[in-house]
Design a protein around this ligand. Structure first.
Ligand SMILES: CC(C)(COP(=O)(O)OP(=O)(O)OC[C@H]1O[C@@H](n2cnc3c(N)ncnc32)[C@H](O)[C@@H]1OP(=O)(O)O)[C@@H](O)C(=O)NCCC(=O)NCCS
Length: 372
């Protein structure tokens, strides 16, 4: 019998990123995630994922300029956003609007490497603008006009809040983007690769990826984490709250992982960031509740926190509304998705596995008038 959920199946080859679940190690193009989080910044990581090595100063400058120059939305897409109901779920808006971006992109149907690089730049530059524009419109405000003089991380926070972030906020968000950028054959990346493996196009692939990211077992978990943290009013309530949920066989969002059987290195980095940001913001209760949940989950289920657990607190302290947490994940993961799409196309073969058939056989066709 095939493993349920393709667990442990090696479904292809990649040179972009690998996860060692036993050692709790994550590397992008051979470089450990901790080193990148400590020393790099998001635009440099984007270059690394797309081109396979760290950029020279001029290569980096060039990419930064391209990413800054492509931030504005095509007017047709902004008009679409204005037509969406204010109550629409931001992940639905993002999925639909990213698909629409392809309609206004002259390179959509061109799968050449040069056209795909241009599309990867546009998608990475425009996803933050899309999310922030919808957020402004649903609050009855005009979207903040994009600027070209801020880093991608600082610019995202600027678009969301209408004012420049503090250096600490910008750097924290930048590190969060680095930590979420790629993760091997996770569900959304695999969905993107399957889609482009039919030789469709990058926009179709990214639309598939966003659809897969939205679910609570994948990127949607970070929103569930924050809702849980808000339901629990104090540290003393944690144990009973978690035990009751587990007794009802409910999943606790932000825990467990298909690949990591030890600490998720992204969670470790985000935990430290959540600690320092909550101290600075005077919101230590959130962090204390989180730590207690982590302890109870270990005692009860021997499960570790994953990337979505402490990122929820980080985003909350940075003033990001809960229903934008998963779209914010996409702001980062677009770099990995596009890298995988380009890698898939560079050596493509249709991804078409088989299924073990467990349905009936030799069933006679009964005409409708004879059916009971
Ligand atoms: C990430 C996840 C989907 C991995 O799923 P998986 O590899 O298919 O693991 P399973 O769902 O089969 O879980 C294995 C066992 O651990 C339990 N488990 C796993 N994650 C759990 C969680 N977050 N809370 C409670 N129990 C959990 C399952 O109930 C199951 O127990 P059982 O064998 O007694 O039935 C899963 O851990 C999960 O649903 N986590 C919560 C959602 C989340 O945080 N997603 C973000 C991932 S980065």
């Amino acid at each position: 019998m095939p493993p349920s959920g393709l667990e442990g199946v090696v479904a292809g080859r990649t040179g972009i990123c690998t996860v060692d679940g036993a050692a709790g190690r994550l590397v992008y193009r051979g470089i450990a995630i901790q080193e990148l989080a400590a020393q790099s910044h998001f635009e440099e990581v984007v270059y690394l994922l797309w081109y396979g090595e760290l950029p020279t100063r001029s290569q980096l400058e060039n990419l930064k300029q391209q990413l800054a120059a492509e931030r504005a939305l095509p007017p047709g897409v902004e008009a679409m956003l204005r037509g969406f109901p204010r109550t629409a779920r931001p992940m639905d808006v993002l999925r639909t609007a990213v698909s629409a971006l392809g309609i206004w992109d002259p390179d959509t149907g061109d799968n050449s490497p040069a056209a795909n690089e241009r599309k990867a730049v546009r998608l990475t530059a425009r996803i933050p603008t899309l999310i922030a524009a919808f957020h402004a419109l649903r609050r009855g405000r005009p979207p903040v006009a994009p600027r070209t003089d801020l880093s991608l991380a600082a610019h995202c926070l600027y678009l969301l809040h209408g004012e420049e972030p503090t250096p600490t906020a910008a750097r924290s968000f930048d590190i969060a983007l680095i930590l979420h950028a790629d993760h091997e054959f996770n569900a959304s990346t695999f969905a993107a690769r399957v889609t482009v493996g039919t030789l469709s196009d990058m926009y179709a692939a990214i639309t598939s990826g966003i659809g897969a990211l939205a679910g609570p077992l994948h990127g949607g978990a970070n929103e569930g984490v924050m809702r849980m943290l808000q339901e629990i009013r104090s540290v003393s309530e944690v144990e009973a709250y978690i035990k009751e949920k587990l007794a009802r066989r409910e999943k606790i969002m932000g825990f467990g992982h298909r690949v990591y059987k030890t600490t998720d290195p992204r969670a470790a980095a985000l935990k430290e960031m959540a600690r320092s940001l909550t101290v600075e913001a005077g919101q230590t209760r959130l962090y204390e509740i989180s730590e207690r949940i982590e302890r109870v989950m270990w005692e009860e289920k021997q499960l570790h926190a994953n990337v979505d657990f402490y990122s929820a607190t980080v985003y909350h302290v940075l003033g990001i509304p809960i229903d934008l947490f998963t779209p914010v994940f996409a702001i980062s993961r677009i770099s990995g998705w596009t890298a995988h799409v380009m890698e898939q196309l560079a050596d493509n073969r249709l991804i078409r596995p088989r299924a073990e058939y467990v349905g009936p056989d030799n069933v006679p066709y009964v005409p409708i008038e004879q059916r009971g």
